[in-house]
Design a protein around this ligand. Structure first.
Ligand SMILES: [Zn+2]
Length: 88
């Protein structure tokens, strides 16, 4: 018996002791690996939701700032147009 081998609990075939997935039946052997993988996916999903909320906040704040500055921008544009018209 090879020390680097273990028996697959699903199909009984000999596989590498470090194997995460059985090469014979395709079953995942390391439950903690599966768990971490699932947890990572859940975390990344919640992070994605958070970033969407942050993006929405940034967009709303940007729109508010633009709306607040619109009269100022309009005034500057008017001054610019008047200056352009004044110069021969
Ligand atoms: Zn197997």
């Amino acid at each position: 018996m090879n020390r680097n081998d273990k028996q697959c609990p699903f199909c009984g075939e000999r596989i590498n002791i470090n194997a995460l997935k059985c090469k014979h039946c395709g079953e995942w052997l390391d439950q903690t690996y599966q768990y971490h993988n699932n947890q990572y996916q859940t975390q990344s999903n919640s992070c994605g939701c958070l970033s969407i909320v942050w993006k929405t906040i940034v967009v709303v704040v940007t729109i508010v700032i633009v709306l607040a500055l619109l009269p100022v921008i309009g005034e500057i544009l008017m001054l610019f147009v008047l200056q352009q018209g004044a110069t021969p």
